[in-house]
Design a protein around this ligand. Structure first.
Ligand code: NDP
Length: 288
C-alpha cells in the first residue's frame, strides 16, 4: 500500500506550524510535508522539529501564488507517494490594521494570496486526492462577519447552493475592481469590519475569506458529484483568534489551540460522512 501523505501550506510558523505538530501528536500515520514559500525558513523550521523528535516531517518549497511551484509540488507527490491523503490550505496574509497602502491595493494583494493562491493550490493538488482524503481550507470567522455586511443580493449569491467556481471568481474580481475604484460600498460590498468606523484592511481580508469559505462549499459539492463513492471530506474552518505574527500578541488562543479544529478535520476517520462543505469553528459547524 502506498505511504500516506499530508501537505500543510504556510507551515514555517504560526498556525501552519502548529498544525504540523498537531498532526504528529495526533499520530498521523504517514509523512507530513511542511511547505513554505521561503526555502531557508522552511528548512530551519524542519530542523527545529526534527530536534524535537518530530521525525515523519519533510520539507518542500511551495509558494501558493506561484503556479510553477504548485506544479513542482504536484510532481513530487505523484512521484514519491502516488497521491495525496490530507491537504491543509493554511497559507494566508493580512495587512496590519494601520497599513497605509490604498484600500484597492490591499484588496488586490490580499485577494491574490488568500483566494487565488488557495484556488491555484487546490487546482494543482485536489486531482491527487485518494479515497478517504481530507481537505481543510483555513478561512476565518471574519468571512461570516463580512458576508453579513454584504448587500442582500451579494449575500444571496454567496449563500447559493449552486454558485459555480467561475461565478465566485468573477465576484472576487469585481470586489477588487470596486475597491480600486473606491465604489465598493455603492456596489454592495462592506466598507467597515469589526465595528470600525472607516475602511480597514480587515474589510478586504474578510471578503477574501468569504471567497475561501464559498470556494470550499463549491469544491465539496463537486467532490460529492464526481467522487461520491470515495468518502473524501473537504471543509473550511476558522482556527479562532490566535497569537501569531498575523494576529498579534493579544489574541486569546495559542497556535496549538488554533490548530485543534484543523487537525480534528484532517483526522476525521475513514467512513466518516460529515462534516463536508461546511465552515467549522471550535469543531462545530457554523451556519453560513
Ligand atoms: P502567520 O502570518 O503567522 O503565518 C502565515 C503563513 O502563511 C506564513 O508561513 C507565511 O509565510 C505563509 N504564506 C503567506 N503567503 C504565502 C504564499 N504565497 N505561499 C506560501 N505561504 C505563504 O499567520 P497565521 O498563522 O495567523 O495564519 C494562518 C492562517 O490562519 C491564515 O490563512 C490566516 O488568514 C488564518 N487565520 C488566522 C487567524 C489568527 O487569529 N491568527 C484567525 C483566522 C484565520 P512567510 O513566513 O514566508 O510570510
Amino acid at each position: 500500500m502506498a505511504k500516506k501523505v499530508a501537505v500543510v501550506t504556510g507551515a514555517n510558523k504560526g498556525i501552519g506550524l502548529a498544525i504540523v505538530q498537531g498532526l504528529c501528536k495526533a499520530g498521523y500515520a504517514g509523512d507530513i510535508i511542511l511547505t513554505a514559500r521561503n526555502e531557508k525558513l522552511g528548512q530551519e523550521t524542519l530542523q527545529k522539529l526534527k530536534s524535537e523528535g518530530f521525525n515523519n516531517v519533510l520539507f518542500h518549497r511551495f509558494d501558493i501564488c506561484d503556479q510553477t511551484s504548485a506544479e513542482e509540488l504536484r510532481k513530487f507527490l505523484e512521484k514519491n507517494y502516488g497521491g495525496l491523503d490530507v491537504l491543509i490550505n493554511n497559507a494566508g496574509i493580512a495587512f496590519k490594521v494601520d497599513a497605509t497602502e490604498p484600500f484597492g491595493e490591499q484588496a488586490e494583494v490580499t485577494m491574490r494570496t488568500n483566494f487565488w493562491g488557495t484556488l491555484w493550490a487546490s487546482k494543482a493538488l485536489l486531482p491527487l486526492l485518494r479515497p478517504n482524503a481530507r481537505v481543510v481550507n483555513i478561512s476565518s470567522f471574519v468571512s461570516k462577519r463580512a458576508l453579513d455586511k454584504c448587500s442582500p443580493e451579494l449575500q444571496a449569491k454567496f449563500r447559493s447552493a449552486d454558485i459555480s467556481e467561475e461565478e465566485l471568481c468573477g465576484l472576487m474580481g469585481e470586489f477588487v475592481v470596486a475597491a480600486q475604484n473606491g465604489n465598493h460600498e455603492a456596489k454592495g460590498w462592506p466598507n467597515t469590519a469589526y465595528g470600525a468606523t472607516k475602511v480597514t484592511p480587515n474589510t478586504a481580508y474578510g471578503i477574501t475569506k468569504v471567497g475561501v469559505t464559498v470556494l470550499s462549499r463549491i469544491q465539496a459539492r463537486v467532490l460529492a458529484q464526481t467522487r461520491a463513492a470515495d468518502g473524501i471530506l473537504l471543509n473550511a474552518c476558522c482556527p479562532g483568534w490566535v497569537r501569531t505574527d498575523m494576529a498579534g500578541p493579544k489574541a486569546p488562543k495559542s497556535p496549538e489551540e488554533g490548530a485543534e479544529t484543523p487537525v480534528y478535520l484532517a483526522m476525521l476517520p475513514p467512513g466518516a460522512t460529515a462534516p463536508h462543505g461546511q465552515l467549522v469553528w471550535d469543531k462545530t459547524v457554523q451556519e453560513w
